[in-house]
Write a new protein. Structure first.
Length: 321
């Protein structure tokens, strides 16, 4: 039985190769999933995941991640985690050490410190420049101007003094898309065991404390060895409302093949409306290792590689109307 890794199409080939090499050495699916996710979290060119991720409206990077074991349905997740470089590893330790599934904000950071997770400044110069350009563009009508990152610690008081409604600033900033997308990885090892993992810095310019679908088991991530696994990218508010990933896996549990389950799930999701130019990409794997991708907008891609191949193959996700 071939082991394989399925990811969204933006993930660099070398990140996938790191997980494939682990599988070739006999690593279980959960180790390979964590390895791939950590590689993406360290990618300075990916402004939607981990280090160099774009911040919330106040200039703070808040990270979300989850991991799910398809054999036991055990899960771990963190949300709004600040100051730690690898939220996926913290999420895994939530699953393995605590009687909980999800920790958020200060609690997640406290736990990360307790387990001696790798701390660090999450912003680099490029992400800072992108942020400042957008903030000044949307804040100019109120007289908001931030010339240098050293002014960011006083941003909250400046916004208050200018009587800028933070919610309106968020809405204006989010009218334009920046960065890439959430990192999804689904791994099936040589025993047929499936693990799914999701990691992200969330939508850029978000209101502080916003939590998307990535750490929400059933919305952005779900795995069950008996049927398959699913993971999502896109506007998390939609998939939270819809329960997208668990719907797709339940579709396979009710006898749909992978294509039927994927198409029906995305078709049903399309009835929802959203003000932020919404889109969703759903990655699926069934219990036999067949993979698929389904999306609300044409052009999304996936990558898949087995341990028997030297490089990933890229494929276009099915655009479901």
């Amino acid at each position: 039985m071939s082991a394989l890794i399925l990811v969204n199409g933006e993930v660099r080939d070398d990140c996938i190769q790191a997980g494939i090499e682990a599988l070739r050495q006999g690593a279980p699916a959960i180790d390979a999933a964590e390895i791939v996710a950590r590689e993406v979290e360290s990618d300075v060119k990916d402004h939607s995941v981990g280090f160099s991720g774009l911040p919330n409206i106040l200039g703070e990077v808040e990270l979300d991640a989850s991991i799910m074991d398809g054999a036991t349905l055990a899960s771990g997740a963190v949300s709004a985690l600040k100051g730690y470089l690898h939220p996926i590893s913290v999420a895994r330790q939530v699953m393995e050490r605590l009687p909980h599934v999800l920790l958020s904000d200060a609690g997640a950071a406290r736990f990360a410190a307790e387990i001696k997770a790798e701390a660090g400044d999450l912003l680099d110069d490029e992400a800072k420049a992108i942020y400042l350009k957008r903030l000044n563009a949307v804040g100019k009508d109120w007289g908001l101007e931030i010339r240098d990152w050293s002014e960011i610690p006083n941003l909250q008081s400046l916004i208050s003094s200018l009587k800028i409604p933070l919610s309106e600033l968020v809405v204006r900033a989010m009218r334009y898309h920046e960065g890439g997308d959430t990192m999804n990885v689904i791994v099936r090892d040589a025993t047929g065991h499936i693990v799914s993992a999701v990691t992200t810095s969330g939508v850029a310019w978000k209101y502080p404390g916003r939590i998307g679908d990535s750490p929400n088991i059933g919305a952005g991530n779900y795995a069950d060895d008996r049927y398959g696994a699913a993971a999502c990218t896109g506007v998390g508010e939609l998939t939270i409302r819809h329960g997208t990933c668990i719907r797709a896996v339940l579709g396979m549990s009710h006898g749909r093949d992978i294509d039927q389950a994927g198409r029906e799930t995305i078709h049903d999701l399309r009835r929802l409306s959203d003000p932020i130019n919404a889109w969703i990409r759903l990655l699926l794997i069934d219990r036999n290792g067949k993979v698929g991708g389904y999306c609300t907008r044409a052009g999304a891609t996936l990558k898949v590689q087995t341990t028997e191949h030297d490089a990933p193959e890229i494929a276009t996700c099915e655009h479901v109307i």
